[in-house]
Design a protein around this ligand. Structure first.
Ligand code: 9MR
Length: 550
């Protein structure tokens, strides 16, 4: 019996999913505090799972509104995991998913006051980072030492990658721009809490300050990543002391940097005007470097043939950069109102979901957000953005209504990629934009369906966020967690999710796409955590909590 293991809003839609292994036709809602039955109803007819032979049936208890702790009981099957029905039921989860970024901070100790049982000593000061042979240029020959502190660890590993910081920052900054009140009220209990800057922005600044150091001040180009040569062991940061390098500058990293800095300059304007203008300047400088160097791809294997030491960490290589141009140009256009950027923003002919290597729609979302303030924008462009977004969102709704898991996830088999939980989260964001455009409740319901999927109504039965739900990941591929296996995993982190690619070669319980998940630290392809997966989840869960917070 699959339920949203965190819970349901009193007035919201409430559905559980039941596997058709039994003949029983009714289900019962059990109040776990009084151990009594409070509601009973019929189970719906069986629908086949799109990916396996499983037959699934709906148990709808939307008509029940009483707050409390419950379980769904079906004779012959037993009890579902427990869940709550409660106002603001996603509030703690929303905070924890944002607080997860604090836990990912490099270059700091983590006192108990903010980190609880996950307190730790300082690691990765990154005040002595080496210019790798692949990055040598001008005033910075190979071996030059630079300082590049702060930033977030990318994922389960301890490296800091500009390309992946790009989409992560774009997503979080967009949450600040789309829902300023929500963002201002999100209290994260971090060292900066209580100053006059929203906690979420303070958290973002930790990574922004690092990103700023990744630009070569002489020419404006941006280093692709800051990394050790090989991945570190499963140890705490203070013991992960291998030499760290910045490697080759690249066009993708530089354009992503330009986009983030331009967007950050808008968000920061009201809080720190000086920093805002410095970041806008950095953005323009990066843009100019990219214009002069439009095809510098990060090709790790080729670089490894030429330079030492060989770099074995995450490549984030991307050779199709039209989308990066669109994103950077959109952010720069909105921040500067300079029409020179417009010619880089092509009219979209379809919608593609944001991912670390496909970022054009981050730009289009921004243009939509600033439609009113930007009369220079071609109406054809704006209309195409809206039409393509709504077309895709309607397809998501259609699939959500038809498939037994009641989510847009899986409308394409390609949804189940490495980091599929970022896919379901980003689909949720697209649905929320469609809802903002049209006020059509169906988009909102489908977005909620995606949250339900993440929190338990999926083929694996896991709630994919550490620390939330009765059956959630205990062994994520996360060095901070694996270094101290006696502790519960750090909370608020979204696992990568089902991935039939199974590139890690671990022992998976199933090869079926939506079941290809294993809660084992071995499984970096299905059970790693990553900043670009948490960011869209932070957006989805906090916005749903905010707009349906009855
Ligand atoms: O999220 C990335 C995924 O799309 C790629 O297929 C995969 C292999 O290149 O890499 C993933 O990113 C990892 C990065 O390379 C290193 N840090 C951990 C990231 C999440 O697994």
């Amino acid at each position: 019996i699959r339920v949203n293991q965190v819970g349901y809003l009193p007035e919201g839609q409430k559905v559980a999913l039941i596997s058709d292994e039994i003949n029983t036709n009714s289900f019962h809602l059990i109040d776990l505090n009084t151990n009594s039955e409070v509601y009973t109803s019929e189970i719906g007819s069986a629908i086949k799972s799109p990916f396996s032979d499983k037959m699934l049936r709906k148990a709808d208890f939307s008509a029940f509104h009483q707050e409390g702790e419950y379980s769904v009981y079906v004779e012959g099957l037993g009890y579902s995991p427990p869940f709550a029905i409660k106002k603001n039921v996603y509030e703690e989860l929303g905070k924890a998913s944002a607080k997860a970024f604090y836990f990912q901070r490099a270059s700091t100790s983590m006192p108990e006051e903010y980190a609880g049982i996950w307190s730790r000593n300082l690691g990765h000061p990154d005040d002595k980072v080496y210019i790798h042979a692949s990055a040598a240029s001008g005033l910075r020959p190979e071996g030059t030492v630079i300082s590049s502190p702060k930033g977030w660890y990318d994922a389960g590993d301890y490296n800091k990658y500009i390309v992946n910081s790009g989409i992560t920052m774009g997503t979080l900054l967009s949450l600040l721009e789309d829902y300023p009140h929500l963002s201002a009220s999100l209290s994260l209990d971090i060292p900066e809490s209580g100053d006059n800057i929203p906690d979420l922005l303070n958290e973002i600044l930790w990574n922004l300050e690092w990103m700023a150091t990744m630009q070569d001040p002489t020419d404006g180009g941006v280093y692709h990543k800051l990394t050790t040569a090989a991945f570190e062991g499963m140890v705490l940061p203070e013991f992960a002391t291998s030499k760290r390098y910045v490697v080759a500058k690249g066009t993708a990293a530089t354009l992503d940097f330009a986009a983030v800095m331009a967007q950050a300059s808008r968000v920061l304007k009201n809080f720190n005007a000086e920093l805002a203008s410095a970041y806008l300047e950095a953005s323009i400088k990066a843009w100019k470097w990219a214009e002069a160097n439009p095809k510098i791809f990060y090709r790790q294997d080729e670089l490894n043939k030429k330079y030492e030491p060989a770099i074995q960490t995450g490549a984030y290589g991307d050779e199709s950069l039209e989308d990066e141009w669109v994103w950077a140009a959109s952010e720069l256009f909105v921040s500067t109102q300079d029409e020179v950027y417009l010619k880089y923003i092509n009219i979209p002919t379809n919608f593609n979901l944001p991912s670390w290597n496909k970022v054009n729609w981050l730009g289009y979302y921004t243009l939509l957000r600033f439609e009113q303030e930007s009369p220079q924008l071609d109406l054809k462009l704006i209309n195409a953005i809206k039409a393509n977004l709504l077309e895709k969102a309607s397809q998501y709704v259609k699939f959500y209504l038809e498939n037994p898991y009641l989510t847009s996830m899986g409308s394409s088999i390609k949804d189940f990629v490495w980091g599929s939980n970022a896919v379901v989260s980003n689909q949720g964001i697209a649905l929320l934009y469609a809802y903002r455009l049209t006020n059509d409740q169906n988009y909102l319901l489908a977005a909620q369906g995606n949250l339900n999927y993440i929190l338990g109504i999926n083929a694996t039965g896991y709630s994919f966020v550490t620390g939330f739900g009765h059956h959630s990941p205990l062994r994520p591929h996360h060095r901070l967690a694996e270094a101290e296996p006696e502790k519960a995993p750090l909370p608020g982190f979204l696992a990568g999710g089902p991935n039939p690619g199974q590139q890690d070669g671990c022992d998976y319980p199933s090869d079926v796409p939506d079941e290809s998940y294993v809660d084992d630290a071995c499984s970096y392809a299905s059970n790693e955590i990553a900043i670009n997966w948490n960011a869209p989840f932070v957006y989805l869960v906090n916005v749903l909590n905010h707009i349906s917070g009855y």
